[in-house]
Design a protein around this ligand. Structure first.
Ligand code: ZN
Length: 244
Protein backbone atom coordinates (compact mmCIF):
# COMPACT_ATOMS: atom_id res chain seq x y z
CA UNK A 1 0.00 0.00 0.00
CA UNK A 2 1.42 3.35 -1.04
CA UNK A 3 0.15 6.55 0.60
CA UNK A 4 0.93 10.09 -0.56
CA UNK A 5 0.46 12.74 2.12
CA UNK A 6 0.63 16.49 1.52
CA UNK A 7 -0.30 19.69 3.36
CA UNK A 8 -0.50 23.50 3.29
CA UNK A 9 -1.23 24.33 -0.35
CA UNK A 10 -2.44 27.84 0.60
CA UNK A 11 -4.02 28.82 -2.70
CA UNK A 12 -0.82 28.19 -4.69
CA UNK A 13 -2.20 26.60 -7.87
CA UNK A 14 1.14 26.32 -9.69
CA UNK A 15 2.64 24.30 -6.82
CA UNK A 16 -0.47 22.11 -6.65
CA UNK A 17 -0.36 21.45 -10.40
CA UNK A 18 3.31 20.48 -10.10
CA UNK A 19 2.32 18.09 -7.31
CA UNK A 20 -0.32 16.54 -9.61
CA UNK A 21 2.49 15.67 -12.05
CA UNK A 22 4.32 13.93 -9.18
CA UNK A 23 1.11 12.09 -8.23
CA UNK A 24 0.80 10.75 -11.79
CA UNK A 25 4.35 9.40 -11.52
CA UNK A 26 3.99 8.02 -7.99
CA UNK A 27 0.60 6.35 -8.57
CA UNK A 28 -0.28 6.12 -4.85
CA UNK A 29 -3.14 3.91 -3.61
CA UNK A 30 -4.32 6.54 -1.14
CA UNK A 31 -3.89 10.35 -0.98
CA UNK A 32 -4.32 12.32 2.24
CA UNK A 33 -4.39 16.12 2.58
CA UNK A 34 -3.62 17.61 6.00
CA UNK A 35 -5.22 21.03 5.67
CA UNK A 36 -4.77 24.68 4.69
CA UNK A 37 -6.01 24.54 1.12
CA UNK A 38 -6.53 28.33 1.23
CA UNK A 39 -4.94 31.50 2.67
CA UNK A 40 -1.94 33.54 1.38
CA UNK A 41 -2.22 32.54 -2.30
CA UNK A 42 -4.23 33.88 -5.24
CA UNK A 43 -6.21 30.72 -6.19
CA UNK A 44 -8.09 29.51 -3.10
CA UNK A 45 -11.20 28.19 -4.95
CA UNK A 46 -9.24 26.35 -7.62
CA UNK A 47 -7.02 24.73 -5.00
CA UNK A 48 -9.82 23.54 -2.75
CA UNK A 49 -11.70 22.00 -5.69
CA UNK A 50 -8.59 20.22 -7.03
CA UNK A 51 -7.73 18.89 -3.58
CA UNK A 52 -11.29 17.64 -2.99
CA UNK A 53 -11.06 15.81 -6.32
CA UNK A 54 -7.72 14.06 -5.80
CA UNK A 55 -7.56 13.35 -2.05
CA UNK A 56 -9.24 10.36 -0.36
CA UNK A 57 -9.22 12.20 2.98
CA UNK A 58 -9.20 15.99 3.39
CA UNK A 59 -8.57 17.77 6.69
CA UNK A 60 -9.04 21.42 7.62
CA UNK A 61 -6.25 23.72 8.77
CA UNK A 62 -6.49 26.99 10.69
CA UNK A 63 -6.69 29.05 7.48
CA UNK A 64 -9.52 26.86 6.14
CA UNK A 65 -11.47 27.30 9.37
CA UNK A 66 -10.72 31.03 9.41
CA UNK A 67 -12.00 31.34 5.82
CA UNK A 68 -15.18 29.56 6.93
CA UNK A 69 -15.57 31.90 9.91
CA UNK A 70 -14.86 29.15 12.48
CA UNK A 71 -11.54 30.52 13.81
CA UNK A 72 -10.91 34.08 14.92
CA UNK A 73 -8.28 36.11 13.04
CA UNK A 74 -6.97 37.47 16.31
CA UNK A 75 -3.93 35.12 16.27
CA UNK A 76 -3.13 35.80 12.61
CA UNK A 77 -0.21 38.14 11.92
CA UNK A 78 -1.09 41.29 9.91
CA UNK A 79 -0.07 39.80 6.53
CA UNK A 80 -1.96 36.56 7.13
CA UNK A 81 -5.00 38.54 8.30
CA UNK A 82 -4.96 40.78 5.22
CA UNK A 83 -4.69 37.73 2.96
CA UNK A 84 -7.50 35.98 4.87
CA UNK A 85 -9.88 38.93 4.46
CA UNK A 86 -9.13 38.80 0.72
CA UNK A 87 -9.66 34.99 0.68
CA UNK A 88 -13.01 35.32 2.49
CA UNK A 89 -14.15 37.82 -0.13
CA UNK A 90 -13.16 35.43 -2.96
CA UNK A 91 -14.76 32.21 -1.70
CA UNK A 92 -18.39 31.32 -2.48
CA UNK A 93 -20.79 30.45 0.38
CA UNK A 94 -20.78 26.76 -0.68
CA UNK A 95 -16.98 26.68 -0.60
CA UNK A 96 -16.98 28.08 2.95
CA UNK A 97 -19.57 25.50 4.01
CA UNK A 98 -17.38 22.77 2.53
CA UNK A 99 -14.32 24.03 4.48
CA UNK A 100 -16.40 24.23 7.67
CA UNK A 101 -17.45 20.58 7.21
CA UNK A 102 -13.89 19.21 7.20
CA UNK A 103 -12.43 17.40 10.24
CA UNK A 104 -9.25 18.61 11.96
CA UNK A 105 -8.06 15.14 13.02
CA UNK A 106 -8.64 11.57 11.78
CA UNK A 107 -7.57 8.48 13.72
CA UNK A 108 -7.17 5.49 11.38
CA UNK A 109 -6.27 2.04 12.77
CA UNK A 110 -2.58 2.33 11.90
CA UNK A 111 -2.06 6.06 11.54
CA UNK A 112 -3.24 9.45 12.72
CA UNK A 113 -3.72 12.53 10.50
CA UNK A 114 -3.93 16.05 11.93
CA UNK A 115 -3.14 19.58 10.74
CA UNK A 116 -1.61 20.98 13.95
CA UNK A 117 -1.30 18.74 17.02
CA UNK A 118 -2.99 15.54 18.24
CA UNK A 119 -3.10 17.00 21.76
CA UNK A 120 -5.44 19.91 20.97
CA UNK A 121 -6.13 19.89 17.22
CA UNK A 122 -8.37 22.95 17.29
CA UNK A 123 -5.94 25.07 19.31
CA UNK A 124 -3.50 25.12 16.36
CA UNK A 125 -0.33 24.50 18.40
CA UNK A 126 2.93 23.99 16.51
CA UNK A 127 5.09 20.90 17.02
CA UNK A 128 8.59 22.27 16.45
CA UNK A 129 10.79 20.84 19.21
CA UNK A 130 11.44 17.40 20.69
CA UNK A 131 9.64 18.64 23.82
CA UNK A 132 6.56 19.56 21.74
CA UNK A 133 6.63 16.09 20.15
CA UNK A 134 7.03 14.36 23.54
CA UNK A 135 3.89 16.15 24.80
CA UNK A 136 1.92 14.90 21.80
CA UNK A 137 2.83 11.20 21.55
CA UNK A 138 0.36 10.24 24.34
CA UNK A 139 -2.53 11.73 22.35
CA UNK A 140 -2.60 9.12 19.59
CA UNK A 141 -2.25 5.33 19.77
CA UNK A 142 -1.06 4.41 16.27
CA UNK A 143 2.66 4.14 15.42
CA UNK A 144 2.62 7.18 13.10
CA UNK A 145 1.05 10.62 13.11
CA UNK A 146 1.31 12.85 10.03
CA UNK A 147 1.10 16.61 10.60
CA UNK A 148 1.50 19.91 8.70
CA UNK A 149 1.00 23.51 9.93
CA UNK A 150 4.62 24.67 10.49
CA UNK A 151 5.47 24.32 6.75
CA UNK A 152 8.75 22.63 7.76
CA UNK A 153 9.63 19.02 6.99
CA UNK A 154 10.43 17.30 10.30
CA UNK A 155 10.66 13.71 11.50
CA UNK A 156 10.32 13.08 15.26
CA UNK A 157 10.66 9.69 16.97
CA UNK A 158 10.06 8.24 20.40
CA UNK A 159 11.12 4.88 21.87
CA UNK A 160 9.40 2.70 24.47
CA UNK A 161 11.24 4.51 27.28
CA UNK A 162 9.72 7.82 26.17
CA UNK A 163 12.94 9.33 24.82
CA UNK A 164 12.22 11.71 21.98
CA UNK A 165 14.47 13.02 19.23
CA UNK A 166 14.54 14.37 15.70
CA UNK A 167 15.86 12.52 12.64
CA UNK A 168 17.51 14.61 9.93
CA UNK A 169 17.08 11.87 7.30
CA UNK A 170 14.56 12.44 4.53
CA UNK A 171 14.00 8.70 4.20
CA UNK A 172 13.53 6.29 7.11
CA UNK A 173 12.59 2.66 7.61
CA UNK A 174 10.10 2.35 10.47
CA UNK A 175 11.10 0.00 13.26
CA UNK A 176 9.12 -1.95 15.83
CA UNK A 177 9.03 -0.30 19.23
CA UNK A 178 9.30 3.25 17.88
CA UNK A 179 6.58 5.80 17.15
CA UNK A 180 6.78 8.73 14.75
CA UNK A 181 5.45 12.25 14.20
CA UNK A 182 6.11 13.23 10.59
CA UNK A 183 5.68 16.82 9.41
CA UNK A 184 5.22 16.50 5.64
CA UNK A 185 6.12 20.17 5.00
CA UNK A 186 4.19 22.46 2.66
CA UNK A 187 3.25 22.29 -1.01
CA UNK A 188 2.49 25.98 -1.47
CA UNK A 189 4.56 27.97 1.02
CA UNK A 190 7.59 26.06 2.40
CA UNK A 191 9.33 27.69 5.37
CA UNK A 192 12.38 25.45 5.75
CA UNK A 193 14.65 27.54 3.49
CA UNK A 194 13.97 25.24 0.53
CA UNK A 195 11.51 26.95 -1.85
CA UNK A 196 10.52 23.67 -3.52
CA UNK A 197 7.19 22.09 -2.59
CA UNK A 198 7.19 19.02 -0.32
CA UNK A 199 5.21 15.81 0.01
CA UNK A 200 5.60 12.50 1.79
CA UNK A 201 5.32 8.91 0.58
CA UNK A 202 4.49 6.24 3.15
CA UNK A 203 4.81 2.69 1.81
CA UNK A 204 3.94 -0.40 3.77
CA UNK A 205 4.06 -4.07 2.84
CA UNK A 206 4.50 -7.30 4.80
CA UNK A 207 8.30 -6.83 4.99
CA UNK A 208 8.81 -3.16 5.73
CA UNK A 209 7.38 0.29 6.27
CA UNK A 210 9.17 3.25 4.76
CA UNK A 211 8.70 7.00 4.86
CA UNK A 212 10.31 9.27 2.31
CA UNK A 213 10.09 13.05 1.86
CA UNK A 214 10.29 14.41 -1.69
CA UNK A 215 10.70 17.97 -3.00
CA UNK A 216 9.61 19.30 -6.37
CA UNK A 217 10.10 22.51 -8.36
CA UNK A 218 7.25 24.65 -9.64
CA UNK A 219 6.80 27.97 -11.47
CA UNK A 220 7.39 30.31 -8.51
CA UNK A 221 7.50 33.51 -10.57
CA UNK A 222 4.03 32.82 -12.03
CA UNK A 223 2.61 32.36 -8.51
CA UNK A 224 4.33 35.56 -7.34
CA UNK A 225 2.93 37.51 -10.28
CA UNK A 226 -0.61 36.35 -9.45
CA UNK A 227 -0.24 37.29 -5.76
CA UNK A 228 0.85 40.81 -6.71
CA UNK A 229 -1.87 41.13 -9.40
CA UNK A 230 -4.52 40.14 -6.84
CA UNK A 231 -3.41 43.00 -4.57
CA UNK A 232 -2.23 40.63 -1.84
CA UNK A 233 0.71 41.81 0.34
CA UNK A 234 4.01 41.85 -1.59
CA UNK A 235 6.00 39.94 1.10
CA UNK A 236 3.70 36.92 0.51
CA UNK A 237 5.06 36.76 -3.04
CA UNK A 238 8.65 37.52 -2.11
CA UNK A 239 8.98 34.84 0.60
CA UNK A 240 8.26 32.04 -1.90
CA UNK A 241 11.67 32.61 -3.54
CA UNK A 242 13.44 31.89 -0.28
CA UNK A 243 11.31 29.21 1.35
CA UNK A 244 10.61 31.36 4.40
ZN1 ZN B 1 -0.44 26.55 6.77
Amino acid sequence: MKHLIFSDVHGNLEALEALLVQIQKERPDRIFFLGDAVGYGANPSECLHQIAEIADLVLAGNHDYAAAGLTSLEFFNPLARQAMLWTQSELLPDEKLYLASLPVIIHLPHLCLVHSSPREPKKWHYILTEQDAAENFPFFTSPICFIGHSHRVQIMLTDRAGNCWQSLDQSILLEEGYRYIINVGSVGQPRDYDPRGAYCIYEENSHKKRIQIYRFEYNISKTQHKIIQAGLPYPLAERLSFGI
